[in-house]
Design a protein around this ligand. Structure first.
Ligand code: ADP
Ligand code: ASP
Ligand code: MG
Length: 435
């Protein structure tokens, strides 16, 4: 049994759904769990709906109708008018309307999950119905019957024992009936049957959960890139595709923000030695990248840029040394507020943390420690991580940047930088101004 995951980009319109189906056709002899995300940028659209509902801006229903219309438009290209899929999708979409009919819940994260799950539910129903239509018998599985989580809405943590038992009792028998089982990424369920989500971009993680629980032979995620590249192709021109990566390399890369794979994906696979393939849905025959057990590979410099970072300079009010009990308090507070610490450094009376800048969390942190510490925040920064760095790569990445914080640990370099404003740069040249 293998697990495939198709993300939003691979399902963004009817032509892309057909392309996914044609890829699956070539695997018709295999047993597959197929995990899908919401289509295109649907999750962003549903976030706008829930924000409008929370703020009572009056736009929520209109935005929800636009979400529905975009899916009906895709369905009209895939199915005859009389196809039962229209009734099924209608019934599913009504559940979202119920969320909007109620007054906004005080627990925003809870309300968010009850609505945002609609994206994955409808996309998986559409894909499943289409596969059945073209003669690929497929069962539809509600991922919430398998993925059990705690009550941490928007960041559900998996309850593994329960999830494993559900996978055996619910998903495994479905695979006996039809070779393909289609399900949703990103969503799970609490013990009271409320929907949870696993964090943005969490569908890769869902696929890894299914792979782990069902002892998959391999997992493949299908992307719009040829595989894992040594840098984000949206930022850098001359990227190189990596043919092979170790689990360790992949976990380090994704932890520091490489957006190609969700950071929680690697561990459940590594724990069972399940290889992960990253392949292109635009060129399905090409080999892509294989991520598997650690060998001594030689890597080119691998660059990860994480935007929207802040440095928090924390110092004691009374000039007492920053001691271990201070650090215990600061880290406990960061964990409670879900502030992820990317880098840290201390002097005698101060402590500096590099964290993703989520304003309300940072403000709450400052407020809660104000009895003992004063804090200066510098936001609008980038964290650049280079694994297997060379001096040449470092120099090229420092161009037009002011480095505020730098650290080298074995083969990894981190630097927190800000861009030098155009007005202070000496070498700025106006294109075409040289005769
Ligand atoms: P999905 O549709 O599966 O959710 P995403 O759009 O979230 O896919 O992720 C794929 C995108 O990640 C690529 O289009 C690419 O622009 C970006 N990306 C960032 N870093 C890398 C990297 N190191 N290698 C490959 N792609 C990367
Ligand atoms: N649809 C969700 C998101 O956009 C999950 C995913 O695509 O992985 O965050
Ligand atoms: Mg994505």
């Amino acid at each position: 049994m293998k697990v495939f995951k198709f993300g939003g980009a691979s399902l963004r319109d009817a032509a892309n759904v057909k392309n996914v189906a044609s890829i699956l056709q070539t695997y018709s002899n295999e047993s597959l769990i197929v995990v899908v995300s919401a289509m295109g940028k649907t999750t962003n659209a549903l976030e706008a709906v829930i924000n409008a509902h929370a703020n009572q801006s009056g736009e929520a229903n209109k935005l929800y109708e636009a979400f529905k219309a975009s899916h009906y438009a895709i369905m009209q290209e895939l199915f005859e008018e009389s196809d039962p899929v229209f009734t099924d999708i209608n019934d599913t979409l009504v559940e979202g309307e119920w969320v909007l009919e109620e007054a906004p819940n005080d627990n925003y994260d809870y309300m968010y999950d009850q609505l945002v799950c609609m994206g994955e539910l409808v996309s998986s129903k559409i894909v499943s119905a289409y596969l059945n239509k073209i003669g690929l018998p497929t069962s539809w599985l509600d991922a919430r019957d398998v993925v059990a989580t705690d009550n941490m809405f928007r960041e559900g943590w998996v309850i593994w024992d329960k999830t494993k038992a559900n996978a055996q009792s619910v998903a495994a028998p479905m695979l006996e009936k039809t070779k393909f089982v289609i399900t949703q990424g990103f969503i799970g369920s609490t013990s009271e049957n409320f929907t949870t989500t696993l964090g943005r971009e969490g569908s890769d993680y869902s696929a890894a959960i299914f792979s782990h629980c069902l002892d998959a032979e391999s997992m493949t995620i299908w992307k719009d890139v040829p595989g894992v590249l040594n840098a984000d192709p949206r930022i850098f021109d001359n990227t190189i595709k990596l043919d092979r990566l170790s689990y360790k390399e992949a976990i380090e890369m994704t932890y520091y923000g490489a957006q190609v794979i969700h950071p929680k994906t690697i561990k459940p696979l590594q724990n069972k030695n399940i290889p992960l393939f990253v392949k292109s849905f635009l060129d399905p025959k090409a080999p892509g990248t294989e991520i598997s057990s650690d060998v001594d590979d030689l890597y080119p410099p691998i660059i990860v840029v994480e935007k929207n970072q802040a440095l928090m300079h924390i110092s004691t009010l009374d000039y007492s040394f920053v001691a271990e009990h201070h650090m215990a308090r600061l880290f406990g507070m960061a964990a409670d507020l879900r502030i992820f610490v990317n880098m840290m450094q201390n002097t005698a009376v101060s402590f500096t943390l590099c964290v993703p800048y989520v304003e309300e969390r940072v403000e709450a942190f400052i407020e809660r420690i104000s009895d003992e510490f004063k804090v200066k925040v510098e936001s609008g920064l980038e964290l650049i991580t280079i694994r297997h760095y060379t001096e040449e790569t470092i120099a090229s990445l420092k161009k037009n940047k002011i480095v505020l914080f730098e650290e080298r640990i074995r083969n990894m370099l981190h630097m927190v930088v800000k861009n030098i404003p155009l007005i202070e740069r000496k070498e700025v040249e106006i294109a075409g101004s040289k005769a």
